[in-house]
Design a protein around this ligand. Structure first.
Ligand SMILES: [Zn+2]
Length: 362
């Protein structure tokens, strides 16, 4: 018999606090985590006002040595600024207070610093709030990088429900797109013998199904909607921790979304109002089309997105039909080593166009 040599490491958040007014529990949470007295809050201009300043006050009152660093875009430069500042101030715990970008900067800085970080989302625009991956912007789109898993998550639904509804809808679309990601993963397992975790797959699908089943409740844009979205995102994050990679939540639909980013901004809408598509919105549309390619129930995905109020067509998304087709036919270039329904060479222009038309995206 062959000897058993398998080994695996899974890193999970130690404590997850979700619900109404949970911000007030931040000092007790830091006490329990017990990583010392010197805390750095990372926020952007908006989230500083929304939540960062309150957390600063609460922690200062509880005798923490608190510093605040305001960041702008999620770039390598900003990550380096945070690292420098944290080193200078001998920080031993980081708090990422904000949307996806702020949390991405914080988790990358924490990873480099080898210090723990707490994820404090102020919106639920994508599933990065609970995952060990971060995406950074550069001149030609964005890259996904390995980062620190949050040691704890504190999600205050009172604050998250104040963020524009579009962000929440986009976050839900991102989690719903787990459906196509898992189909891609299963395919890669069957065709390429890629390692597959059925537990991680079930978790990722459960998160998506929760939002599909509750699409109408989410549309009410209440604090309850924020609760459902955050719950799904945390389960997605746990799925990625179990898998040890992003497979359960990122497949061909994410490649399509990254290719759209790479190809450049959206279009001018009537009335010259400029609209920049959001990550989750792009992934949701990608999921409709990729589930179709898999022969799955793509209409169920489309209908749930519609109910939630997330885009299902190029027009809703604010991207030209031509760009949708180009992104579809080139999506496979984003991550050629990750096998998906797009195969080794991707779709032809004709097939891409037909796919987008059949699913009503263009
Ligand atoms: Zn995503």
């Amino acid at each position: 018999m062959e000897r058993f040599t398998k080994s695996k490491t899974m890193v999970f958040p130690r404590e997850i606090i979700v619900g109404h007014n949970t911000t007030s529990q931040i000092a007790e949470l830091c006490d329990r985590i017990g990583r010392g007295n010197s805390v750095l809050i990372v926020a952007d201009k908006k989230t500083k006002k929304l939540s960062g300043d309150d957390i600063y006050k609460i922690l200062s009152k509880a005798n923490y040595e608190v510093k605040m660093k305001v960041v702008a875009r999620p770039t390598v430069n900003e990550v380096n600024h945070v690292i420098k500042y944290a080193n200078k101030n001998k920080i031993n715990l980081l708090l990422g207070v904000g949307g996806g970008s702020v949390i991405d900067v914080t988790k990358l800085a924490a990873y480099e610093l080898k210090k723990p970080f707490i994820s404090v989302p102020t919106s639920a625009a994508h599933d990065g709030i609970a995952s060990p991956r971060a995406s950074l912007k550069h001149s030609k789109g964005s890259v996904s990088k390995t980062a620190e898993s949050p040691l704890a998550i504190l999600a205050d639904t009172k604050i998250i429900s104040k963020a524009p509804y579009r962000m929440l809808a986009s976050g839900c679309a991102d989690a719903i797109s787990n459906m196509s990601a898992v189909m891609d993963w299963e395919l890669a397992h069957r065709l390429k013998g890629e390692e597959f975790s059925s537990h991680a797959a079930v978790l990722a699908k459960t998160a998506a199904q929760l939002l599909i089943d509750n699409a109408e409740d989410i549309r009410t844009a209440t604090e309850e909607s924020a609760w459902l979205a955050v719950k799904a995102m945390i389960v997605s994050g746990v799925a990625m921790s179990v898998a040890g990679n992003t497979r359960p939540a990122s497949g061909s639909e994410h490649m399509f979304s990254h290719m759209l980013d790479h190809l450049g901004p959206g279009i001018m809408l009537k009335g010259k109002k400029y609209k920049k598509p959001m990550h989750g919105e792009q992934c949701g549309i990608g999921a409709i089309m990729m589930v179709y390619l898999h022969g799955g129930d793509w209409e169920k995905i489309r209908d749930a997105l519609k109910k939630i109020g997330a885009p299902t067509t190029s027009e809703d998304l604010g991207v030209s039909k031509k760009k949708i087709v180009e992104a579809l036919s080139r999506a496979q270039e984003i991550r050629p080593e990750r096998y998906t329904i797009l195969g080794e060479t991707g779709l032809t222009q004709d097939a891409a166009k037909k796919l987008a038309k059949t699913t009503g995206v263009i």
